[in-house]
Design a protein around this ligand. Structure first.
Ligand code: BEZ
Ligand code: FE
Length: 284
């Protein structure tokens, strides 16, 4: 569809993402929580990787100075959350997944905002009166690893709209649009009425986008729903669900797709879609 508003800028969403990240950390950033030994072993290895690339690629002084300028620009643009979530988080998530059971996880990304409206199932996510996009009924059940239903499980869901924009980061969208915490019923079942999101393009007018262009890559993530699924005494799952046949599934710029996380919506014959997906949480 045709946009009837100015596109959000990289600087604007970078700033919001940095603020949201700082708020999520609370007092966690106040003091050292990592041992000297751990800092030394991780940073030594990290630097060794950089040194090895400089040697093997014969990186020049000009390139070194350009890299310094680039890193300064990423910071000044507030784009560290975006940059790290695009290029690094998927590996941290892979490592975490090695010790996890239940539904597969995926990256959190920079656009989670806590404290959204709680809605009992069957739920309709907050949306504009003229919200565009294919109506989607997303239903399922939350169970434990033994198959028992988890009554009152919460599905904290956030997604882009039909133009690929997230509320809280795109100024033309009302706060809380297409975000909510859906409370499942006594059998852990849920029904969420929403719309199918569009594929998401990371902002191309900032330093992260500039790198992608300079390297000849593309800036797209396939369409996805974000979820954090919680139940008392169970490990919270942070994940994303994608759509079968969606563009960019095989070349996600954030490398965060997994075959187990692809939805197969059916057409209800009236232009609306429905899909079911069940979640399995392991004991905490
Ligand atoms: C996202 O899932 O929306 C996202 C992930 C990484 C970087 C930017 C956006
Ligand atoms: Fe996303």
């Amino acid at each position: 569809m045709t946009a009837t508003h100015d596109s959000p800028t990289a600087a604007g969403s970078g700033d919001s993402a940095t603020k949201a990240f700082r708020a999520s950390r609370g007092s966690a950033s106040a003091g050292p929580t990592v041992s000297q030994e751990r800092v030394s072993e991780v940073v030594t290895d990290l630097l060794a990787g950089i040194h090895s690339t400089i040697r093997s690629k014969k990186v020049t002084y000009d390139e070194f100075q350009a890299a310094k300028q680039y890193l300064i620009d990423v910071g000044e643009g507030g784009e560290w959350p975006l940059f790290l979530d695009v290029f690094v988080e998927h590996v941290v998530e892979d490592v975490a997944a090695e010790a996890q059971d239940g539904t597969k996880g995926s990256i959190l990304g920079p656009y989670y905002l806590p404290g959204q409206v709680r809605i009992d199932t069957p739920a309709t996510l907050p949306k504009r009166p003229d919200e565009q996009g294919t109506a989607l009924l997303f239903a399922g059940q939350v169970r434990d690893t033994a198959g028992n239903p988890l009554p009152g499980a919460e599905l904290d869901i956030w997604q882009a709209d039909d133009e690929g924009y997230y509320s809280g980061f795109a100024p033309h969208l009302p706060d809380g649009n297409l975000r909510g915490v859906v409370v499942a019923d006594a059998e852990g079942k849920f029904e969420i009425h929403t719309i199918e999101p569009a594929a998401y393009q990371i902002p191309t007018d900032g330093p992260t986008g500039a790198l992608i262009e300079a390297a000849g890559w593309h800036p797209w993530r396939p369409a996805h729903l974000h979820l954090m699924v919680r139940a008392p005494e169970h490990r919270t799952i942070t994940t994303q669900l994608y759509f079968r046949g969606g563009e960019w599934l095989d070349s996600d710029v954030a490398s965060a797709t997994k075959s187990e996380l692809i939805l197969d919506p059916v057409d209800n014959g009236d232009g609306t879609h429905s899909v079911t997906y069940d979640f399995t949480l392991e004991p905490a």
